[in-house]
Design a protein around this ligand. Structure first.
Ligand SMILES: Nc1ncnc2c1ncn2[C@@H]1O[C@H](COP(=O)(O)OP(=O)(O)OP(=O)(O)O)[C@@H](O)[C@H]1O
Length: 986
């Protein structure tokens, strides 16, 4: 090896060792607590400053100072963070997004605190702990990695650590002291951070912003190791370090030289981009913590105060106004976060990049240096810059389509860092780009007026995005992504829209900021600022435009003093506290306000019930009386209240629903007489002539109308082992395979199926959850799927709804193959669904929830909302209540009303009775029957066999991924009951 190669390799190993240390620390903390510690770099920076303080300022000897810093201070800092910041969050449920916000808060707090204590300038006299010789560093890293690996793998503590990470609550129930494990993880993580800081500080600029960012850039190492494997992290870190070092030898000519230099200097950033955008994701749970997006009630008059405060600087003189011009500009940047994060619920740590691009493009366009474009006047340059940056929002919008939570945070952070390093840090940008203000607005006062006009325009744009159909869809996506998709919201497009609009707003604000400062300053758009802005918006109420303006004023105002960092420190404290109280300070406020509101609402609801109970018999109609009583037909769009003129008939074997719930009394109308035209009689008592089933339409028995377990089909082992798969207490579903169940199908089966599945296979890894399922869901029928836990019912449901793609087989809707169609697209075709776990949008009112379904559904019908609300007894005051905090029974109705508001042709219901009491179940059954009578095809996956008996026309019995029996409800359930009794007797 030549001496140059050797030297470069050694230098690379030195850098790689520091990166490996960071990787080890991040992985250990993550494994012990599930937190990706964004504050790791900030802890490194604080330790480096403390060591310098001890040695340089106080004159302590190096090694005692290092011992105090690394063995006492760093672990103590880790333990304090665990005890006072992250443990309370873990106890509250360990919402990963909340811990992410808290760790960004700690980052911002430490950075701000360091700036306050030690100033913002860079120090170049950090003491050198070990010589530049990389072997010592490498040895430290390897010993640490091997030691930690051994502890995790072979010791009791390691086992406990893995248990805590897998399931903290379960581990605690198993007698493990999760707090001790987490504290140890944090102490060790902070120690490695401190070590990284003191090792790096002598060779890089020690300043409050630069060093933390440098350390966080190597997070790629941990991500590449999937936050698990220490050896992978060490090898990747050393590999990148050496490669980066060797790249400095290459000197190609032309444009590639610049590119190579940029890549060579930032190989860890390239790795971060690859790791977060290309590699499989980590930590994909959850979008934003509820607290971050909670509606903060705007106090009355707040807008008037805000307007007055924003006009106030016009009376200022000189330097005060010079500072004030930053406020509206930053306000516009922060409004971009309101759109992306507050309303759309998407974590975005890279917003500073778009702001910077806006300023850079404006400067280049105004200077005539933008490739291919002539010199433009400043305002035109700003406008064009906004237009050019907007599509770049796809840089973070695209990853957001398939990412949530931590994975999205990392991806957006990576884009922010990438733009900062590869665009802002290049010579053309750093050599000083002047940015003039528009002609006529050169003075601070005139420019401030212009800014206020632009801010007003940005507020209007933000308002438009947060209002109306788009605003509701964004809020729905934020509150419950799959629920929004099920309501027909085009989630991927909406995410792109959020990020593109966010990028445009950020670019506008960034350009304004640049003009305010009269230059493009790359430091003003540093990724660290992106974190600070994100934290500021989140703590002041992410979905609040007023909050964004307040944050802008706070950030500029507090940092206008002699010492910067006050704003960061304050925002850091608030961000750390966001999760401390039940919901953070703003949530506490909101909850208090909400309680008042909900208190009234709850009373109203209760009153509604009372009123209904008391008034109806007399008045016959009450404000709350839902249209269920006497509903005979829900003809598409028309709820008619029958007077014995029709309704879904039920055969004699059908149970009658309990006469309680939404409606005060059963009218009997839904059971008497003929149904509306076109309605099929149901039940086995149908006339024999009606049973001339078209064999082609029968899923399970192609040639014979009799239904049985398919010939030769073996009951899966779990099904026959003991026959005791009781899915509902007291109701056993035996899976004896050769049971012939029923001679006939209900007559409705002669109609062509609306939705059908053929030979569906679905797998989770190597496990087959669906093993060749055929199913038809026909109009005018309630088709039920029953079976023991784990039978595959939900999997089948997901395949039909479009949330899971089958490995093989086909799903058809009205003859069209929809196997590969996304969930929202199926909803728009007319397949609506509800969820086993409620999927309502808590921040929207009841009526808004239903409106989302109507706006995104198959048919956009202006009356659909009112009709759906009335049908489920949600009209009146309850419609104006926020969904958050309403009782389960009400929310089930909200979900159903939302599904129906889109006028679906097929309604898929996943355990619709979950969480409902008998009266509510009975009432719901009546609506569902009415819907079926009107021609809607219903599929119900349900554990409650009483409800199935009451509701269903056709029942399919599933076990172990197969349908083992199908037939008319009465026969199937009776046979199952008999078999169950026989089995029980045996
Ligand atoms: N995401 C997943 N990853 C791995 N296995 C899964 C997953 N979801 C379900 N399974 C497994 O697939 C099988 C079928 O699950 P599914 O939820 O469809 O059953 P189910 O009949 O709906 O049960 P339940 O009534 O309990 O909801 C079960 O063995 C379950 O453990």
């Amino acid at each position: 090896m030549s001496s140059l190669t050797y030297d470069l390799t050694l230098a690379g190993l030195s850098v790689g060792s520091a990166a490996a240390l960071t990787g080890i620390g991040l992985i250990v903390t993550y494994r012990a607590t599930g937190v990706l510690n964004f504050a790791h770099g900030a802890i490194a920076m604080v330790c480096a400053y403390v060591l310098r303080q001890c040695v340089v300022e106080w004159g302590w000897p190096l090694w005692p100072a290092a011992t105090v810093t690394l063995v006492v201070l760093a672990p103590t800092l880790g333990v304090v963070l665990e005890r006072f910041v992250f443990r309370p969050l873990a106890i509250l449920g360990g919402d990963p997004a909340q811990t992410l916000v808290a760790s960004i808060g700690v980052f911002v707090l430490l950075v701000g605190g360091a700036a306050l204590l030690w100033g913002q300038g860079a120090r170049d006299d950090a003491p050198e702990l070990v010589s530049a010789d990389p072997w010592g560093q490498l040895a430290v890293v390897l010993v640490l990695a091997v030691g930690v690996g051994a502890v995790i793998r072979w010791t009791r503590f390691g086992r406990e650590l893995r248990a805590v990470v897998d399931d903290r609550q379960l581990a605690v129930l198993g007698g493990i002291d999760a707090d001790r494990v987490a504290a140890a993880g944090w102490a060790f993580g902070a120690f490695t951070a401190g070590l990284t800081g003191v090792l790096l500080a002598p060779y890089v600029r020690l300043d409050p912003y630069g060093l933390p960012l440098l350390v966080m850039e190597v997070v790629a190492v941990a991500v590449a190791a999937r936050m698990r494997s220490l050896p992978v992290a060490v090898v990747v870190a050393l590999g990148i370090g050496v490669a980066q070092s060797q790249l400095t030898r290459l000197h190609p000519s032309g444009w590639s030289e610049q590119l190579l230099q940029a890549v060579g200097a930032n190989l860890f950033v390239v790795a971060l981009l690859v790791a977060s955008l290309v590699l499989p994701r980590i930590g994909t749970r959850d979008a934003l913590p509820r607290t971050a997006t909670a509606r903060v009630p705007t106090p009355p008059g707040a807008w008037i105060v805000a307007v007055v405060l924003f006009l106030l600087p016009l009376g200022f003189a000189g330097s005060d106004l010079h500072t004030s011009v930053q406020v509206p500009a930053l306000g516009v940047v922060l409004l971009s976060l309101v759109v992306v994060t507050g309303r759309g619920g998407q974590l975005s740590l890279g917003q500073a990049a778009y702001a910077g691009l806006g300023a850079l493009f404006t400067a280049l366009l105004a200077a005539g240096r933008f490739p291919g474009l002539p010199r433009l006047p400043e305002l035109a340059a700003l406008a064009l810059a906004v237009v050019l940056v907007a599509p770049l929002g796809l840089l973070t919008g695209w990853p957001a389509i398939s990412r949530q939570g931590l994975a999205l945070a990392l991806a957006t952070f990576a884009v922010g860092v990438g733009v900062s390093r590869f665009v802002f840090a290049q010579p053309y940008a750093t050599s000083g780009l002047p940015l003039d203000r528009p002609a006529g607005f050169d003075g601070d006062r005139a420019y401030y007026v212009l800014e206020l006009a632009l801010l007003a325009a940005a507020l209007l744009a933000t308002h438009a995005l947060r209002r109306g159909r788009t605003g509701r869809a964004l809020a729905a996506m934020r509150d419950h992504e799959s629920g929004a998709s099920a309501a027909g919201v085009q989630v991927p497009s909406l995410k792109l829209l959020a990020f593109v609009s966010g990028a445009a707003l950020a670019a506008l604000g960034g350009g304004m900021l640049g003009m305010g400062l009269r230059a493009f300053d790359p430091g003003a758009y540093d990724p660290v600022r992106g974190l600070l802005w994100f934290a500021a918006v989140v703590v002041l109420g992410a979905d609040s435009t007023l909050g964004a303006l307040a944050a802008a004023a706070l950030l500029v105002g507090l940092d206008a003093g002699a010492r910067g960092g006050v704003a960061a420190a304050l925002i850091g404290v608030l961000a750390v506290l966001v999760g401390r109280f039940p919901g953070g300070p703003y949530e506490a406020l909101r909850t208090a306000a909400g309680r008042l509101r909900l208190g009234r609402g709850a009373t109203l609801t209760a009153m509604g019930v009372r009123v209904r109970a008391r008034v109806r018999p007399v008045a016959g109609r009450a404000a709350y009386r839902p249209a269920l009583a006497g509903v005979t037909a829900v003809s598409r769009g028309v709820v008619s209240e029958g007077r014995g003129a029709g309704g879904p008939t039920a055969g004699p074997a059908r149970r009658s629903g309990t006469a309680t719930g939404y409606s005060a009394a059963p009218t009997g109308a839904d059971r008497a007489g003929d149904g509306p035209a076109g309605r099929q009689d149901r039940g086995p008592e149908a006339a024999p002539a009606d049973r001339a089933d078209d064999p082609a339409t029968l899923p399970n028995s192609p040639r014979t109308p009799s239904l049985s377990v398919p010939e030769g089909a073996e009951a899966p082992p779990t099904a026959t082992a003991d026959g005791s798969r009781t899915s509902t207490p007291g109701t056993s579903i035996p899976a004896t395979p050769n049971t012939r169940i029923a001679p006939t199908l209900p007559t409705a089966s002669t109609t062509a199926p609306t939705l059908s599945a053929r030979a569906l296979h679905a797998r989770y890894g190597g496990f087959t959850a669906l093993d060749g399922v055929d199913l038809d869901v026909r109009p005018g029928q309630v088709t039920a799927v029953v079976g023991p836990n784990g039978a595959g019912k939900s999997t089948l449901f997901h395949c039909l709804a479009g949330t899971l793609r089958p490995a093989r087989g086909e799903v058809r809707f009205g003859g069209r193959d929809i196997t590969r169609l996304a969930a929202h697209a199926r909803t728009r075709l007319g397949i609506a669904r509800t969820f086993q776990q409620l999927a309502v949008f808590p921040s929207l009112t009841v009526a808004e929830n239903v409106r989302v379904g109507a706006e995104q559904g198959r048919v956009v019908d202006p009356d659909a909302v009112e009709r759906a609300l009335r049908l489920f007894g949600l009209d009146g005051p309850v419609g104006a209540l926020p969904a958050a905090g309403l009782p389960t029974g009400t929310l089930r109705r909200v979900e159903l009303a939302r599904a129906l508001a889109g006028s679906p042709r097929v309604l898929l219901l996943d355990e619709p009775a979950a969480g409902l009491d008998d009266a509510e179940v009975a009432a719901m059954a009546r609506v569902l029957k009415a819907l079926a009578a009107d021609g809607t095809a219903l599929l119900v996956v349900e554990h409650d066999l009483d409800l199935v008996a009451d509701l269903a026309d056709v029942v399919h019995v599933m076990t172990a991924g197969r349908i083992v029996a199908s037939g008319p409800a009465t026969y199937v359930l009776e046979t199952l009951g008999t078999l169950g009794t026989r089995e029980a007797g045996a």
